[in-house]
Design a protein. Structure first.
Length: 382
């Protein structure tokens, strides 16, 4: 439901009653992934989608019913072999949908409102909800903020035992730290309610950063591709005549500064990607010396193989180790035969995606590798 945070936050702030249906499990082929949501307010207005059209009408009616009776429900939808026109997923998959009413006075409303408010503001938050277990606990929720958050670390709870809330909060924060959505299985002993529980944890984190160093034509194309992939893109160059809004209208931020000095002062994390396109040793060497020692996801540098060898020698001369150099993607990008700035940007983006998702970069035709390298957390057991 956090994918609808901005609109649902407005609904909550306006005091409107609504119900939210969230995909909490998927097996086989399905058009939407866990976390996809459809919401319906008291007037019948609907936003979002759980299936791309296959079961929307049935889920809409479940939301309307939840608004009337105040009862959450977990419903399973799958393809019907007997009647292809029955409610089901014609793509052959199965989804489980949790429908929760969010009405004035409902215990879960303050928790959901807090999570929606954080997500709408672009802040990191994880929402954990009980999707399987005793009927009385279905839909109960707690919201978790990252470690070090100045406000309340945990909102709400399941009302069973403090140990269950502590366990759920710790596991939800672990998923939040990596920006992942997934399920958590808690055994009967750990649940403190005499039965096993399944929790569904949605995580929302701010967009990852892409920092492009070097205000060149290739950078302009890479900015567009980075935005398309969902990155918050910064362009940094020490030359004010090139680092302009007119040249980079799609960048989220343009910085005129020496690259290494900017990198020292800005915030990066394990999802940040750094693309060094300056192709000039006076910029590259101090920048890469710092970049290769930061806990970022990707560091790539443009240049020919000869340039790479020369640059590697200069980096070793200033103390960069072989282990640190091994992190450097240089020459930057995958071998696509790229020539134009747009093709080169695609090559770089493809390498970033492969590094992030665990892909090989080889053609899928004739390969025996998985098509989807799913790096999301597998269901944990406590």
């Amino acid at each position: 439901m956090l994918d609808l945070a901005e609109e649902l936050h407005r609904w909550a702030a306006q005091g409107r009653d609504f119900a939210v249906a969230t995909v909490v499990a998927v097996s086989g082929s399905a058009p939407r992934r866990p976390g996809a949501a459809l919401a319906v307010d008291g007037d019948g207005t609907a936003i979002g989608s759980v299936s791309g059209g296959c079961v929307e009408s049935a889920v809409y009616e479940l939301c309307r019913q939840a608004l009337q009776d105040g009862q959450p429900v977990l419903e399973r939808f799958g393809y019907s072999d007997d009647d292809a026109f029955a409610v089901g997923l014609t793509c052959g998959g199965v989804i489980e949908v949790l429908v929760v009413p969010v009405r004035a006075g409902d215990p879960a409303r303050p928790v959901l409102a807090a999570a929606l408010g954080a997500a709408a503001a672009g802040e990191a938050v994880a929402l954990a909800r009980i999707v399987s277990g005793p009927a009385r606990l279905l839909g109960r929720a707690l919201a978790v903020r990252p470690a070090g958050h100045p406000g309340t670390a945990v909102e709400g709870g399941f009302g069973v035992h403090p140990d269950l809330d502590r366990t759920a909060a710790a596991e939800a924060r672990a998923l939040l730290d990596t920006g992942r959505t997934g399920t958590l299985e808690i055994g009967a002993r750990g649940s403190r309610c005499g039965a096993p529980l399944t929790l569904f944890v949605e995580s929302v984190v701010p967009p990852p950063r892409m920092i492009v160093f070097g205000a060149i034509d290739f950078a302009s194309a890479l900015v567009r591709v980075g935005r398309f992939l969902g990155y918050r893109v910064t362009v940094c160059d020490a030359r004010p005549v090139f680092a302009t809004r007119a040249r980079f209208p799609d960048a989220d931020e343009i910085v005129v500064d020496w690259p290494h000095r900017y990198l020292e002062s800005t915030e990066v994390d394990a999802r940040t990607v750094l693309c060094v396109l300056t192709h000039d040793a006076k910029f590259d060497v101090p920048l890469l010396r710092l970049a290769l020692r930061l806990p970022v996801a990707y560091v790539g540098a443009m240049g020919s193989r000869r340039t790479h060898l020369d640059r590697a020698g200069k980096l070793r001369a200033v103390g960069v180790t072989d282990a640190e150099l091994a992190r450097l993607r240089s020459p930057i990008g995958l071998d696509l035969g790229a020539r134009t700035p747009e093709e080169t940007a695609l090559s770089i983006a493809a390498e970033i995606v492969a590094a992030r998702r665990g892909g090989t970069g080889v053609s899928l035709t004739g390969a025996h590798t998985p098509i989807h390298h799913d790096t999301r957390a597998a269901p944990a057991t406590v």
